[in-house]
Design a protein around this ligand. Structure first.
Ligand code: NAD
Ligand code: TDX
Length: 336
């Protein structure tokens, strides 16, 4: 195990989004001595309310803005990089912001880290590995070749490759994590689980793509946060760690879980047009993270995590309602 790194002051990019804001809450709760500065552009996916009460300072700005980074970054011990355009369907409708934020933005962060000798943890996705067949016993490991399918996952793969090159060529101190599908509070309602929960609450039928047999490997976002913290503070520089919690489930099963959990008939949903290039299955083998860093997920009961998530959306209608109509109009225009 690498020597423990003890950051006193970190920049969290994308800290007003879903996973970033959950990470800011995690740090405020578990490591209150660490000063957190959030750098977030506040796109449609970023909401400053997500970090209220955490004590984090918010700087509204773009990770592509090199002069802002030059002013902000010196003096901090590390950047934890969550900021991204994150939704596959949006990347199919318009890939341009994905190339800009995910590729150019990661490049600018690497360059500022190189200029000032600052450490960076890069948060990425299992989607860089492409997909697996439903009947394949294999799961993704750190050695699986990159094979991304969508504009989103190809820009995340590009960003990972930049991070690896900046480590090898320039010695920038980096770590990388590739995580599976997250669920939990503060997730934008464009994503599968919160879209279906809020559809039921909004009085419209949930929507299932294709044949519903696509498999995702679900992890509670708090377990992702603890993994990122473990890798940031105890991971080996230049290394990649896969993050997953043995949560493989097909979409139709999750759909029925949601409907049952909200006292609806199990068939009270619509089948809609499939996503072009839709990845069939993701599955993570988290052995390296578990063995090397002793990490383990705490939210191992999916039914309980889902029930808490449903309750969160019930309790926080003011948070999601303003975005609901426009989100559904966009999907309807796509036949989804
Ligand atoms: P999200 O879309 O909810 O949040 C993204 C945040 O980044 C928003 O606050 C947004 O305002 C900000 N942002 C976007 N462009 C920016 C820019 N140019 N400059 C500064 N801030 C900008 O995303 P998420 O689901 O929380 O994902 C966070 C990270 O985790 C991403 O890197 C994503 O690839 C990765 N990831 C997500 C999942 C998942 O299941 N959602 C799984 C694995 C990895
Ligand atoms: O309404 C829907 N109906 C449906 O069947 C939506 C929005 C999705 N789906 C399907 C598509 C996927 O098979 O559900 C599955 C999950 O979809 P998303 O929530 O869009 O997630 P996914 O495309 O798997 O990507 C997510 O996990 C990996 C995150 O959005 C990415 O940021 C992360 O990298």
């Amino acid at each position: 195990m690498a020597k423990t790194f003890e950051p006193k002051s970190i920049i969290v990019t994308g800290g007003c989004g879903f996973i970033g804001s959950n990470f800011v809450h995690f740090v405020a709760r578990e490591h209150p001595e660490v000063k957190v500065t959030v750098l977030d552009k506040l796109t449609y996916a970023g909401n400053p309310a997500n970090i209220e009460g955490t004590g984090a300072e918010l700087v509204v700005g773009d990770i592509c803005d090199a002069s802002l980074l030059d002013k902000l970054v010196p003096g901090h011990d590390a950047i934890v990089h969550f900021a991204a355009e994150s939704h596959n369907d949006n990347s199919i409708a318009d890939p341009s912001p994905f190339v800009q934020t995910n590729v150019r933005g990661t490049y600018e962060l690497l360059e500022v880290c190189r200029r000032y000798g600052v450490r960076m943890h890069h948060v990425s996705t299992d989607e860089v590995y492409g997909d697996l067949a439903l009947d394949d016993p294999a799961r993704f490991t750190e050695e699986t070749p990159y094979h991304p399918s969508s504009p989103y996952s190809s820009t995340k793969a590009s960003s990972d490759l930049l991070v690896r090159a900046w480590y090898r060529t320039f010695g920038v101190p980096v770590t990388i994590s590739n995580c599976s599908n997250n669920y939990g509070p503060y997730q934008h309602i464009e994503k599968f689980i919160p879209r279906q929960i809020t559809n039921v609450l909004w009085g419209i039928r949930p929507k299932l793509y294709g044949d519903g047999k696509n498999v995702r490997d679900w992890i509670h976002t708090e377990d992702h946060s603890s993994a990122v913290w473990a890798i940031l503070t105890r991971g080996r520089l230049g290394e990649t760690y896969l993050v997953g919690a043995d949560g493989e489930r097909d979409n139709i099963t999750v759909m029925r879980d949601i409907l049952r959990g909200m006292n609806q008939p199990e068939d009270a949903f619509d089948w809609v047009r499939d996503r072009p290039g839709h990845d069939r299955r993701y599955a993570i083998d988290p052995t390296k993270l578990r063995r090397e860093l002793g990490w383990a997920p705490r939210h191992t009961d999916f039914a309980e995590g889902l029930a808490q998530t449903i309750q969160w959306y019930r309790d926080n209608e003011d948070w999601w309602k303003p975005a609901k109509r426009a989100t559904e109009e966009k999907y309807a225009a796509q036949g989804q």
